[in-house]
Write a protein that binds this ligand. Structure first.
Ligand code: ADP
Length: 245
């Protein structure tokens, strides 16, 4: 099967500092791909380039085998089907989870002009289904500001998902979460991966081991290797540069 996203020789030059030095990477259509590597390896920069937040200095990124992303505006990349959840939640704290999802859904449909229009029953059902999926149905009418850290993160994932992306990018989704919240997040990610490809930057190796289909190791702006976690762990190069042995 063809990959959903392909990076070819992607370079990012921050005024002389080469954060990405020719990244080659394929993201498969199904499963959960984790991006790991030491601090400064270029993982976040790679997510930034894929979603258009940072411009590539060189190389090519192809989505769905036909859409070239490197010159596309951020909004066009969203419309093409790529959603990005950043580390810090950017939800509306004074609104409820239901209202946050409503705004996210209308954004995708470009319904700004009818932002305050009444929701149809179908739209309400869609929001309630998402609330159940992210475990927030019971608190759907509370202010988002009163939610726990984990619940805020799930709400933001829901806001991305309700826009029906084909590829979801997550940056350290379990940072700051309790053990129980981590497990719930892992289960949510597995559920999401049935409908959409997921690419995740993560430092927690236990989490990666448990929920990854494939792992990509980055080091000094390049991809060192890609494979299943059990093989990655045995890779001598990975042990040397990543685990510092
Ligand atoms: P990682 O996510 O793997 O920790 P990053 O992608 O955040 O790595 O950063 C890769 C390198 O690029 C780091 O050395 C970082 O300091 C540098 N970097 C990131 N963003 C910028 C920027 N806007 N300008 C200059 N250097 C940057």
């Amino acid at each position: 099967m063809k990959p959903i996203l392909s990076c070819h020789d992607v370079v990012v030059d921050f005024s002389g500092f080469m954060a990405l030095q020719g990244v080659n990477l394929d993201v498969e259509t199904s499963g959960v791909l984790f991006l790991i590597g030491p601090n400064g390896a270029g993982k976040t920069t790679l997510l930034d380039v894929i979603c258009g937040k940072t411009r590539a200095t060189g190389g090519e990124i192809t989505f769905k085998d036909e859409i070239s992303l490197v010159k596309l505006q951020e909004q066009k990349i969203v419309e093409a089907g790529i959603a990005r959840k950043f580390q810090a939640p950017s939800i509306f704290l004074h609104l409820t989870p239901f209202e946050n999802l409503e705004i996210a859904m209308k954004q995708k449909k470009k319904l700004f002009s009818i932002l305050f229009a009444k929701l149809t029953d179908v739209q309400k059902d869609k929001i309630n289904t998402m609330l159940r999926k992210i475990g927030l149905f019971e608190v759907r009418h509370e202010k988002a500001g009163s939610l726990s850290h984990g619940q805020k993160q799930w709400l933001e994932i829901g806001m991305q998902l309700i826009q029906e992306p084909t590829l979801l990018l997550l940056d350290e989704p379990i940072a700051g979460m309790s053990g129980e919240e981590r497990t719930k997040t892992g289960e949510l990610i597995l559920e999401i991966s049935k409908e959409c490809s997921v690419l995740i930057v993560e430092h927690d190796m236990d989490f990666v081991r448990k929920y990854s289909t494939q792992v990509v190791v980055m080091h000094e702006g390049k991809v060192l290797c890609q494979g299943e976690m059990k093989d990655i762990q045995e890779n001598e190069e990975v042990k040397n540069v990543y685990l510092g042995r």
